[in-house]
Ligand binder design. Structure first.
Ligand SMILES: *Cc1c(COP(=O)(O)O)cnc(C)c1O
Length: 422
């Protein structure tokens, strides 16, 4: 499609946008009395208007029923989390029994590493991407030390090539083959938080499985953003947070995926608690743990209903729209944003460099050559909410659920004024 950098053209794209009506499902913060242009849905998604109702329902049941709410609430609390498995399974391409919601992301990855990182004398190494998200790095290091190993000999980082801003799939696969039968685990971010790259999860999973390693994915920036087929790709496990593209509120409950082949087992290493034991006999308070037949076996504590309720609210939106429609709009709006960036760059010769490769989801990471934090501050003061990553990168993620083409056009105008003013 031929794009144009005009308000009229942007509005014409909005007029035919089938997801356009969903903008009104979300609450936009205001700067100087005007709704912001929100580019940080990759960090904290906007609040859906319907979320309040889901929370109010729990609060009301708590007030009126107190402990009886566990069984007699409108949506009983003792198995509240079970409602999320089916819609969430569609978002990540899994079977409903392979998905569960609990805890938070890094906690879940730790718990999943308990099950799926089982180093032996021969096979103990972990492959991840260089400069993985800090929480993931701390997790790897502490897990490795927990097993009495030295992170230096154990954690292998796949590097980008000199002068390049992205990882090459062939380099990841080559590293996997090189480490071979010493490789215990591959655990990488499915979409990189810094450059927005979508990893070839299918090919990398296949390569990891072929050398006999476990393969897991941190899907923080992937869930609700890119097409996932965890089951068909034969991924062993994965986890994600719900507050980025899934719009479920700060620090809220995380999701896990455990491949069907590990379900219903009593002999798998796992940290266990009463919410993972069979529902039917849970309240008999028996001494033996009988795992749920699904990924809920990894649940430990009783469900944090107040933090799951917003996730359920958000999933109703994903149910209505579906990932395919979101991805279709995502591709178009990100392309339009890319076009706008190039146009502004031509108009004011600002030397932006988009460091996100072609394999991308919703995010464009832009290196602002020759511009400092003053330009970033200008954007923020003028109602463009974006974020800054050292040394000189802003990340722009126009979430397709609520961003409009007009936002992209207006952003371009503010950016241009900012370049001229700085
Ligand atoms: C956002 C993000 C996290 C956050 O972890 P929490 O445990 O939810 O604080 C972890 N890993 C990656 C790759 C992320 O992008």
């Amino acid at each position: 499609m031929e794009f144009k950098n005009t308000l009229e053209f942007a509005k014409s794209l909005d007029a035919i946008d089938q997801l356009g009506v969903y903008r009104d499902e979300f609450i936009f913060p205001k700067v100087n009395g005007k709704e912001v242009i929100y580019f940080t849905g990759n960090s904290l998604g906007l609040q859906p208007k319907r979320t309040q109702g889901f929370i109010d329902e729990v609060m009301k049941d708590w007030a009126e029923l107190a402990v009886e709410g566990h069984f007699y609430a409108k949506k009983p609390w003792w198995d509240y989390h079970e409602q999320l498995a089916e819609p969430l399974a569609k978002v990540v391409g899994a079977l409903p029994e392979e998905v569960s919601v609990m805890n938070t992301l890094t906690v879940n990855l730790h718990l999943l590493m308990v099950s799926f990182y089982r180093p032996t004398t021969k096979r103990f190494k972990i492959i991840c991407e260089e400069k993985a998200f800090p929480s993931d790095q701390y997790m790897f290091q502490s897990q490795v030390r927990f097993h009495g190993l030295d992170p230096k000999d154990t954690i292998i980082e796949v590097k980008k090539r000199e002068g390049e801003h992205y990882w090459r799939t062939e380099d990841v696969i080559q590293k996997i083959n090189e480490v071979g039968d010493e490789l215990a685990l591959v655990l990488i971010g499915g979409v990189n938080y810094y450059n927005g790259q979508v990893m070839d999860m299918k090919a990398i999973t296949k390569a990891g499985k072929a050398v006999g390693a476990m393969v897991g994915w941190d899907l923080a920036h992937a869930v609700g953003n890119v097409k996932l087929n965890l089951h068909d790709w034969e991924v062993d496990f994965a986890s994600w947070c719900s507050y980025k593209y899934m719009n479920s509120g700060p620090g809220n409950a995380s999701g896990i995926f455990v491949n069907r082949k590990y379900l219903g087992k009593t002999d798998i290493p796992r940290f266990e608690g009463w919410w993972g034991t069979k529902k039917e006999t849970r309240f008999l308070m028996k001494p033996e743990f009988e795992p749920m037949e699904n990924a809920d076996a990894w649940q430990i504590s009783n469900a944090p209903v107040l933090s799951i309720a917003p996730y359920l609210a958000s999933l109703t939106l994903f149910e209505e729209v579906g990932m395919d429609a979101l991805i279709e709009k995502r591709n178009k709006i990100v392309s339009y944003l890319e076009f706008i960036l190039h146009e502004i760059d031509k108009e004011v010769d600002s030397s932006f460099e988009i460091i996100t490769p072609k394999d991308r989801g919703c995010q464009l990471s832009v290196f602002l050559h020759g511009h400092g934090k003053s330009l970033f501050n200008y954007l923020m003061e003028n109602g463009v909410i974006t974020d800054w990553r050292e040394p000189n990168v802003i990340r722009l993620a126009p979430a397709p659920f609520y961003c409009s083409y007009e936002d992209m056009y207006r952003f371009g105008q503010i950016l241009k004024a900012g370049v001229l003013a700085n």
